[in-house]
Design a protein around this ligand. Structure first.
Ligand SMILES: Cc1cc2nc3c(=O)[nH]c(=O)nc-3n(C[C@H](O)[C@H](O)[C@H](O)COP(=O)(O)OP(=O)(O)OC[C@H]3O[C@@H](n4cnc5c(N)ncnc54)[C@H](O)[C@@H]3O)c2cc1C
Length: 466
């Protein structure tokens, strides 16, 4: 059966991927995007902002036949490179080997590839068109261009991929309350840049800098400092995008107390001296780049019968600490597309099923994300955490059918996020018991520990490899 057309709002990462997947299924799709076409103009020449791509995102890209193209423009990250205040560095691997890695990819490059692929598959894009109103009963939407000129368009079914501040969500909520709850984290972020090694005086390059990269390229770098941290992800051109996460208000250090580069420089010199040395344009970056806000969005209702549904950040924006927002949105797109293809005549049923399937998982990854912030900024240098990591590594070897870290389940499998969270907590409880009174891995009989784990927990579900 031929599907009625779909109107998509937002051609960001999730909207562009969904448009491609729908068009490949032969569904007519019109996409309205507020920005001008990012493939034209100088959008690409600006800041290099990157994201971590993991298995869920890769699986969606495989379905879109885009994996090779995307990975060619990505940098592999094997683990966290933890930078202590004393300059000591320690690589904590994420997975077992190089089949379990995450990838740093440029947001702009990825968006460009997705737009090209969606257009080639037949999706129609309308850039510079902002959704401003919707009449769901009349199946019409209203759009404004950059000059404020408004026009209407038919829209029997609208999918909102218009991000955390979704206008479609606000319009749906006006019709039927969606039960939105936004929890702000109280911490914000600011992006800075480490340029390619050739742009830095040679004397400044640390040990471990490789070729055009000023730091080890195949890692996600973290400078954990308790209540705050910096991270850096590599870019293919040899630069790194650095993100400072800090409380918004309150006593120093907070963005309120460090409003400009002059005040922030002294703070960096004390807390991140090795990093500061690698950011020659620190003052320019700090003063020009805005402080981004971080919050989690929970919605009771994601759809209005067959008229409208939300996806990606529009439905479940989360903080970035697990690097899963886009990965989760890509997984959403594949699931929604499959449901639409399976039930072409029942969009109300499809949208209800989409929420029923996804919401427990998106709630779980939102919760895991908040826990991971504490792990990244604090626990990674905690002695108990480090002993637990060692036991975890031994159990991974000795009881692979019964033990897999939560991070590996989230990042390297397609096991549902809710399962990963629940299983992770059950494993953690056993590990804590096994470690009671232990200060070193030598205090634990690892073979007995593996036997305990096997006795307590059922085997893990068989993992599907990509
Ligand atoms: C600092 C930071 C780091 C992150 N790191 C990672 C990471 O490492 N890995 C990961 O998986 N995720 C990461 N994320 C999350 C990721 O960025 C988001 O989950 C992802 O961008 C969501 O995609 P989206 O398409 O739903 O929304 P968006 O990317 O926000 O796209 C929404 C689109 O809708 C358009 N739009 C908005 N309003 C309208 C309107 N009224 N009319 C028409 N168009 C409109 C916007 O212009 C935009 O193009 C990070 C987020 C942040 C803030």
């Amino acid at each position: 059966m031929r599907q009625p057309p779909i109107t998509l709002i937002g051609a960001g990462l999730v909207g562009a991927l969904l448009a491609q997947q729908l068009a490949r299924r032969g569904i007519a799709v019109d996409v309205f995007e507020k920005r001008e076409d990012p493939r034209h103009g100088d959008a690409g020449a600006g800041r290099s902002i990157n994201l971590a791509l993991a298995e869920r995102g890769l699986e969606a890209l495989r379905r879109s036949a885009l994996t090779d193209e995307v990975l060619q423009a990505a940098v592999m990250m094997r683990g966290r490179m933890v930078h202590g205040l004393d300059g000591h560095v320690d690589l904590q691997r994420y997975g077992l080997d190089d089949s379990e890695v995450i990838w740093s990819v440029s947001r702009h490059a990825l968006n460009t590839m997705l737009l090209d692929a969606a257009e080639a598959a037949g999706a129609r894009f309308h850039f510079g068109q902002t959704l401003v109103d919707a009449d769901f009963a009349q199946r019409r939407i209203r759009l404004a261009d950059g000059a404020g000129m408004e026009r209407e368009a038919d829209a029997a079914t609208v999918i909102g991929a218009d991000g955390a501040g979704s206008m479609l969500r606000a319009l749906m909520d006006r019709r039927v309350p969606l039960g939105a709850r936004v929890e702000t984290l109280g911490h914000g972020y600011k992006e800075l840049e480490i340029p390619t090694a050739s742009a830095l005086p040679p004397g400044l390059l640390p040990a471990g800098s490789a070729g055009r990269f000023a730091l080890e390229p195949n890692a996600l770098h973290i400078w954990p400092r308790g209540h705050y941290m910096c991270i850096a992800l590599p870019n293919v051109d040899g630069s790194f995008t650095v993100t400072l996460f800090l409380p918004n208000r309150g006593p120093a250090p907070s963005f309120e107390q460090l409003p400009d580069a002059a005040s922030a420089r002294a703070f960096f010199a004390a807390q991140f001296p090795d990093l500061l040395a690698l950011i020659p344009d620190f003052s320019r970056d700090y003063d020009r780049h805005p402080v981004g806000t971080l919050s989690t969005l929970y919605l009771q209702r994601w759809h209005l019968q067959a008229s409208a549904v939300l996806i990606g950040d529009a439905a479940h924006a989360m903080a970035p600490f697990y690097g899963q927002g886009m990965n989760c949105g890509f997984e959403d797109a594949t699931i929604l597309c499959d449901l639409l293809a399976a039930e072409p005549a029942d969009r109300t049923g499809v949208f209800a099923e989409f929420q029923r399937l996804r919401q427990p998982d998106t709630d779980a990854i939102a919760a895991l994300t908040l826990e991971n912030y504490i792990e990244m900024r604090d626990s990674v240098v905690d002695p108990h955490y480090l002993v637990k990591r060692e036991l975890s590594a031994r159990l991974t070897e000795l009881a692979p059918q019964h033990y897999m870290t939560c991070y590996r389940m989230v990042s390297f499998t397609d096991l549902p996020y809710a399962y990963a969270m629940q299983r992770g907590k059950a494993q953690d409880a056993v590990l804590e018991e096994l470690l009671r009174g232990a200060t070193s891995i030598r205090d634990v009989d690892v073979h007995a520990a593996a036997a305990t784990l096997r006795a307590r927990l059922p085997p893990l579900p068989v993992r599907r490899h990509g």
